[in-house]
Design a protein around this ligand. Sequence first.
Ligand code: ADP
Ligand code: MG
Length: 593
Amino acid sequence: DTPAEKYEYQAEVSRLMDLIVNSLYSNKEVFLRELVSNASDALDKLRFLSVTDPNLLKDGGDLDIRIQSDKDNGIITITDSGIGMTRQELVDCLGTIAQSGTAKFLKALKESKDSGADSSLIGQFGVGFYSAFLVSDRVVVSTRSPKSDKQYVWEGEANSSTYTIREETEPEKFLPRGTCLTLYLKRDDKGFAHPERIEKLVKNYSQFVSFPIYTWQEKGYTKEVEVDEDLADAKTDGQDGQTEKKKKTKKVVEKYWDWELTNETQPIWLRNPKDVTTEEYNEFYKKTFNEYLEPLASSHFTTEGEVEFRSILYVPSMAPMGKDEMVNLKTKNIRLYVKRVFISDDFDGELFPRYLSFIKGVVDSNDLPLNVSREILQESRIVRIMRKRLVRKAFDMILGISMSENRDDYEKFWENFGKHLKLGCIEDRENHKRLAPLLRFFSSQSDQEMISLDEYLENMKPDQKDIYYIAADSVTSAMNTPFLERLLEKDLEVLFLVDPIDEVAIQNLKSYKDKNFVDISKEDLDVGDKNEEKEKEMKQEFGQTCDWIKKRLGDKVASVQISNRLSTSPCVLVSGKFGWSANMERLMKAQTV
Ligand code: ADP
Ligand code: MG
């Protein structure tokens, strides 16, 4: 017998534990969701690894989660037959956390104070295990990895900066494989150990876990037992005067305890879309991605033919917190399954281009090999076809939002993810046709509400050939630019590109439905009212003035010309046809400083 060894938590963990134990009081029940989700992850890992190494399952093939609760003593045990942890993994996983985890969690807590999210956010930051201390004084983790021939016990207490690890020695606690967590509940939280409460929480939180979850429940069945009833006082048979005994039956309830399957294990994406309600899709989304807001849109589809897969995709209603990570490649937003086996949620643009990395969902393929690796994913023709279809479906979904009766929906989408689509215009030439109709801009005729390019086209003058735009740093400064004068006078609409990325996006698109985008700040803008006679006259009259101004300004300008583009201002500085616009110059300057 080796004695228990004492370890100090990493400082980050101590801070987190302190917070969990001493200041989170609402939504404590999320601990069960987090621990079940860890059990499910551990089973996923085992199932995945066993594809290439079937030996891992030699100690019994059942992959499940069992939750037992003892309400009298306030104890809950959660057992999974998953991948378990080695001694070193116990130290690495349950004593340290990624540096940023706590900081981000704290920040999110602060930001969401008013929305009532609190403890329920915990799982998003890779610190879910510690939620056990929301309700427990003491937590014991007994675990056995198939890589190790020994089972180890991790033990930690609330309000302690150390934990211990020892070898498991009690034979009745030996596991063939996997992990058993024992929670000794705080006095005020013992109510969580009621079997009915556990059942309710599992049904509510873990409905979409794809392994069976059994809970230990008291059951009863009624049986009929025969009772002898002495009928001596009853009327007797007059003839022989004997007492008559009559058999009678009585119903009694026999109580016993047994495991009960508590969740539904058929994955929602395998069901017929006709039979799934919007509420179910939304619930699945919230449970799977730890979201507390409903998605803006969802799409459930099956593709057949060349490549077969099923998928449910979602558009979130909000960009993730911490907007600085606007286009984050590694989002864990897409969960890939092969024949129902979870493979990975760690993608790097293989299934969606990075500008669509905000899309969340599950994809289940029957055509990929179960032992698919990152390299295979990157090379695979099947994945390329899948990607194409997924992207198309994502666009359909976004288009759906844009056509919704409720204009607010798309405004919300645009506010959160508009930048992503503009980035798409720059990075994904192939999908320009799908991207362009989704763009929104303010314009000289709509400075309060954004319009689409289609709305712009509808509003074009019969002889108008181009789509006009001006880049500026705000709607107000766009409104006041002298470039606008003649166009306003002629009632021509001009798009206002007020987001720095807008202009680059538009220049990448070049045209929309055969109309070119034209920057009204560039020289020789033709708004369709050229009068050659008059121009010649003007040139003659003012030619010398121009020469004189050019001489005075020297290298500061490329040329000084007569033009018909102004109506009230005497002159304007324009950009050369092939040069950068003033706005681009501003941007470039901002970048090089
Ligand atoms: P996350 O699940 O986001 O990684 P957690 O704090 O919930 O963060 O868990 C930390 C780590 O502890 C997990 O990544 C996993 O490696 C390990 N772990 C937790 N519970 C189990 C379990 N039941 N079986 C195996 N490993 C586990
Ligand atoms: Mg977890």
